[in-house]
Ligand binder design. Structure first.
Ligand SMILES: Cc1cc2nc3c(=O)[nH]c(=O)nc-3n(C[C@H](O)[C@H](O)[C@H](O)COP(=O)(O)OP(=O)(O)OC[C@H]3O[C@@H](n4cnc5c(N)ncnc54)[C@H](O)[C@@H]3O)c2cc1C
Length: 423
């Protein structure tokens, strides 16, 4: 893979025809996750597209001139002009294909893709999900010398990586930034030697055969599977929500609160997540209105005390949102008073929705036994009803969903599997 610097930028990129340029850094897990995908696509497309890397830390001047502020950032060029979109963070192979289509054309990409040879990777245990549950299972299995592969559709870390601060994870005197805690968990498991396949598309899962197809060409064949896919945010499913998602409506305060400095926002929900996150958002926003369907909050007393004494936070109880619209840059939320059915609108700069979670199970074929809320039933060793398939963490049926309970599940499943494989 050719590496360039500032002085070669003109000859290699601006006069270079069709180019993909990767600004990377060292000590950058998402850059490490991208590297093998970039190499593999260079081998496939290298005759027609130039794949180049540039070390961002040593070429800051160029990075700043191009507005590249994070690593990795991938840019596409054609005849000296940047085209299409930029990719950053956990970059998937499928996203690189989309960029290639812009500079090579859909048909040519399809032709070259058809030359990709399917690949089969064998392992003892395939772990779907690299949150605290999956990473802990990976760590224990690795330390027991069991060949485990951790697969995630995103970068490792799960919900912890987008939690502002974690104060209830034992072993730390002070609250820990969630992204640091998840980074440490991920690096610990990776350094042990567990194989990572992250920021991939999980195309198909066959739990009976223990086969997982990723990125449409690599089949992971395992003796056991651990499902550790966690949960995702519930949607309100009302008009305007999907259209304004990421454009005024958010489900992640850690990710988006910073865009609302001195602005007014609405928070929908009244459980722990909503209340903790509203308190966090109040560090940025000038005013927060919490809209909740019941006549009191469901969050624990400690969280409630914080928001009731926070002068930036107001409450509207016994109301539910009915629709969202964007008008002149503001989000107009229509809310209904549940007792009277009367509706009114409230205008804010943004809306955060925290109304609970549901398990990430969409990709699994039917056959898994679930509880009445749709979470996976397991025995005390985390075994599901399907032979050789385990479920750990938030995706499983349980009363309390916390980091500590997810890592406990991961530990139990890994030890149970180790014993089974050793027999
Ligand atoms: C806003 C918020 C704040 C929180 N604060 C705290 C706190 O302060 N303390 C605490 O103890 N707990 C807290 N929690 C709860 C805690 O984060 C979870 O209990 C914990 O992360 C569960 O871990 P997990 O491994 O089961 O799942 P997750 O952390 O959800 O990780 C699941 C992983 O699976 C991946 N995945 C999803 N679908 C697939 C697929 N098809 N294939 C492969 N991978 C997939 C996801 O990308 C993700 O990386 C908080 C949760 C939220 C949402």
């Amino acid at each position: 893979m050719k590496e360039i610097n500032l002085t070669q930028f003109e000859s290699e990129v601006l006069n270079g025809g069709k180019v993909i340029l990767d600004f990377y850094s060292t000590e950058c897990p998402p850059c490490d996750a991208l590297a093998p995908k970039f190499e593999a696509l260079n081998e496939l497309f290298g005759k027609e597209v130039k794949f180049l890397k540039i070390f961002r830390q040593e070429n800051r001047e160029l990075a700043e001139k191009l507005g590249v502020s994070s690593s990795p950032t991938v840019l596409f060029f054609e005849d000296g002009k940047e085209v299409g979109f930029r990719l950053n963070g956990g970059i998937k192979r499928s996203e690189l294909f989309e960029g290639l289509k812009i500079i090579l054309g859909k048909e040519r990409v399809k032709e070259i893709k058809s030359e990709i040879k399917p690949l089969t990777t064998y392992c003892d245990v395939a772990i779907l999900g690299a949150g605290p549950g999956g990473l802990t299972a990976g760590l224990y299995l690795c330390q027991a010398k069991i060949d485990a592969v951790v697969i995630d559709v995103a970068l490792p870390g799960g919900h912890v990586s987008t939690t502002h601060q974690v104060s209830n994870y034992p072993g730390f005197i002070d609250p820990q930034p969630g992204y640091m805690l998840s980074h440490n968990m991920s690096e610990q498991t990776k350094r042990c030697g567990t194989t990572y396949k992250v920021a991939v598309d999980v195309s198909r899962v066959d739990l009976e055969k223990k086969e997982i197809l990723i990125d449409e060409y690599e089949t992971i064949k395992a003796k056991k599977i651990i499902i550790a896919t966690g949960t995702k945010y519930n949607l309100l499913n009302i008009p305007g929500e999907s259209e304004l998602k990421g454009n005024g409506i958010s489900y992640c305060a850690t990710c988006d609160a910073k865009y609302f400095i001195d602005k007014e926002v609405m928070v929908i929900g009244g459980g722990n997540s909503a209340i903790e996150e509203a308190d966090f958002i109040s560090k940025f926003a000038s005013k927060i209105t919490i809209v909740h369907q019941f006549d009191k909050l469901q969050a624990n007393k400690q969280a409630q005390e914080k928001v009731f004494t926070n002068s930036k936070i107001d409450f509207i109880f016994e109301h539910e949102p009915r629709s969202f619209k964007k008008v002149a840059g503001k989000i107009v939320t229509e809310i209904e008073e549940l007792k009277s059915g009367k509706r009114k609108t409230i205008e804010t700069d943004g809306v955060f929705i925290f109304i609970g979670m549901k398990p990430n199970l969409d990709m699994f074929p039917k056959g898994l036994e679930l509880d009445k809320w749709g979470y996976i039933n397991t025995d005390e060793d985390m075994r599901t009803n399907i032979d050789g398939v385990f479920a750990v963490g938030d995706v499983g049926s349980k009363k309390y969903r916390q980091i500590t309970t997810a890592i406990a599940d991961g530990t139990i499943a890994a030890i149970a599997i180790t014993k089974e494989l050793d027999q």
